[in-house]
Ligand binder design. Structure first.
Ligand code: SF4
Ligand code: SF4
Length: 280
């Protein structure tokens, strides 16, 4: 019995030696920079960079399959830190971008063509005649973007509109990809004037569908420096490269233009004000 125990112990000892040697021989060398880069990334694991989480991006950066500025959440500070680890320099950065929902047509002002009673998801709703809104460009209000946001930055208002909290928005663009109506755009966080409409319908049609639609009257275009607001197929569109005087909001007969000093949309619960002072 004793000899059997001794034999087994000896066997175990030999096996563990063998395993230790094999582990050394077949060990896969990992670049220590991967861990350092991962530590420098925000740790959001949102996947907005296109890689499986922050560890996936860190590995890709070290293997030179991704750039030091490829984390859309981290911004310039993260890119600079990652570049330092990689022995590179990074001087870009740019301004923080936040999501903006380009529709102001809530249940109060936008007509509906029928009563949708299906799955509470915008993508599903859009499959049925493009959704229940009379305006085929309007927000469907079922919160698919809110569900897609990894940072809880989008709130669904009881009035049937999605609202971005620019403080929480990291600019990861997940919501942009999730919206079946394509009405979420990224805008510079510091900009205060926005045209919250995506309708390319002609004025009469747009006005009939929504009391706050852009009707393409071009009053705003004429009130700002040339090129600051341009017409795109009956829709006025802000050129965020140029400064826009806030007074332009008072020119819009449809209250489509809003001024928000919160960096993008006003935070939940706060009404946006037009420059003219009326509720937007
Ligand atoms: S913005 Fe798009 S995804 Fe979000 S609620 Fe409106 S239609 Fe749905
Ligand atoms: S003034 Fe208002 S309705 Fe007229 S084009 Fe500009 S945004 Fe549209």
């Amino acid at each position: 019995m004793l000899s059997a125990i001794i034999a087994l112990a000896a066997l175990a000892l030999v096996a563990s030696f063998g395993l230790a040697i094999a582990a050394r021989i077949f060990a896969v060398e990992t670049d220590p920079r991967i861990e350092l880069v991962e530590d420098a990334l925000p740790g959001a694991n949102c996947g907005a960079c296109g890689f499986p989480g922050c560890s996936g991006l860190a590995k890709a950066i070290v293997e030179e399959k991704a750039g030091v500025a490829d984390c859309p959440v981290g911004g310039g500070g993260t890119a600079t830190a990652v570049a330092e680890i990689m022995g590179l320099s990074f001087s870009g950065g740019g301004e923080k971008m936040v999501a903006m929902i380009n529709c102001k047509g809530d249940d109060e002002v936008a007509l509906k063509r029928f009563h949708y009673n299906g799955v509470a998801d915008c993508t599903s709703a859009a499959l049925i005649f493009g959704g229940d809104k009379s305006c085929s460009y309007g927000c469907l209000g079922l919160g698919t973007c809110a569900g897609a946001c990894p940072f809880g930055a989008i709130e669904m208002l009881p009035s049937g509109l999605a609202l971005v909290d620019p403080e929480k928005c990291t600019g990861c663009t997940k919501c942009v990809d999730s919206c079946p109506k394509g009405i979420i755009k990224m805008v510079p966080a510091s900009r205060t004037v926005h045209i919250l409409c995506s309708s390319h319908d002609k004025g009469g049609v747009a006005r009939k569908a929504c009391k706050t639609a852009c009707i393409g009257c071009q009053k705003c275009v004429k009130a700002v420096p040339e090129g600051a607001i341009v017409m795109d197929n009956f829709l006025a569109v802000i050129n965020y490269e140029m400064e826009i005087p806030e007074e332009v909001a008072g020119e819009c007969p449809m209250n489509t233009i809003v001024v928000s000093r919160q960096g993008g949309m006003a935070p939940p619960g706060q009404e946006m004000q037009t420059a003219a002072g009326g509720d937007a």
